[in-house]
Design a protein around this ligand. Structure first.
Ligand SMILES: NC(=O)c1ccc[n+]([C@@H]2O[C@H](COP(=O)([O-])OP(=O)(O)OC[C@H]3O[C@@H](n4cnc5c(N)ncnc54)[C@H](OP(=O)(O)O)[C@@H]3O)[C@@H](O)[C@H]2O)c1
Length: 283
């Protein structure tokens, strides 16, 4: 496993394991246990995934020392704001059974996220969070937050895969020394993705699989990845990406796959804003 050094000096594993959509708590606990056995040390959850308890239970059962782990969780839209963010952070700590979080992210750029950021800056200063960051912020939102805050985010987690490459976002992150992290790094492995001609040709040339090629491509662009799977063999496959390199020509071929827009969501609509604000995770 390789590590990246974040802009505040904290080391983060370059590859982690994501648990979005694993809402059944027993399945989630088993998946995280299997991921830890397979060698993952970064686990990416969120209060909105409704599975922080299961992640905590797996951590305790695994016997992996806490200092070897890197746990990410996220603040939901409903809890945005200075006081509410502090309360939500304590709830996440309690559910995870931890006394600090390695990376705490603002999940979505809606509601009072400036108030949230103030709270997170304080929790970071108190040592309760090792690094703070954002998710799903676009470039103008990111730069405005930086220009009106004390702490520059350490990580920005956004949708990124060969079909939505987000080079402009990576360029801004590089300018401000923010680590890019890809959600849906495998573009959710639909049939269309797995059968893509360019990706399968490159996979064949390296005796690797299409998911391994996509993950390797992210790593060679300097992007951290958090693939999700509930299958042990796929977890092992997804972490077996450190013994080969894509050539410059292969990187160029993958560049041609960019469609320049999300495969899943249009963030610029009123419906999306309403949907995120209406999405409640507690009373
Ligand atoms: N910040 C955000 O707003 C946000 C949004 C979405 C996701 N995320 C984070 O990013 C993580 C990853 O994103 P994601 O789960 O949406 O998508 P993903 O990792 O791109 O794809 C996951 C899908 O790929 C399948 N898969 C995994 N490895 C495979 C392999 N080697 N071969 C074939 N199929 C494979 C999984 O199926 P099985 O499970 O059946 O193996 C699952 O259906 C999430 O779990 C979450 O932690 C964050």
């Amino acid at each position: 496993m390789e590590y990246v050094i974040l802009n505040n000096g904290v080391e983060m594993p370059t590859e982690g394991f994501g648990v979005f959509t694993i809402e059944d708590l027993d399945i989630c606990e088993q998946a995280v246990l299997d991921a830890l056995k397979s060698g993952y040390r970064l686990i990416d959850t969120a209060s909105a995934y409704m599975n922080e308890e299961a992640v905590g239970a797996a951590i305790r059962k695994s016997g992996v020392p806490r200092e070897e782990l890197f746990i990410t969780t996220k603040l939901w839209v409903q809890d945005a704001g200075y006081e509410t963010a502090k309360q939500a952070f304590e709830t996440s700590l309690e559910k995870l059974g931890l006394d600090y979080i390695d990376l705490y992210l603002i999940h979505q750029p809606f509601n009072d996220y400036y108030g949230s950021w103030r709270a997170m800056e304080e929790l970071h200063k108190e040592g309760k969070i090792r690094a703070i960051g954002l998710s799903n912020f676009d470039n103008p939102q990111l730069v405005d937050l930086i220009m009106n805050s004390k702490v520059v985010p350490s990580v920005l987690q956004i949708e990124m895969h060969p079909f939505f490459q987000q080079q402009d976002a990576i360029d801004i992150m590089n300018t401000y020394d923010i680590q890019p992290q890809a959600w849906a790094p495998l573009a959710k492995t639909t049939e269309e993705v797995l059968n893509n001609n360019i990706l399968s040709g490159i996979a064949e040339a390296h005796q690797k699989t299409v998911p391994q090629i996509m993950l390797r491509w992210h790593i060679q662009r300097g992007v951290s990845v958090i693939p999700k799977s509930t299958h042990r063999n796929r977890m092992e496959e997804n972490i077996d990406i450190w013994d080969f390199e894509l050539t410059e020509d292969e990187m160029k071929q993958i560049k041609t796959l960019d469609q320049g827009k999300s495969l899943y969501i249009d963030r610029q609509t009123v419906e999306t804003t309403e949907m995120f604000n209406n999405w409640k995770i507690h009373d």
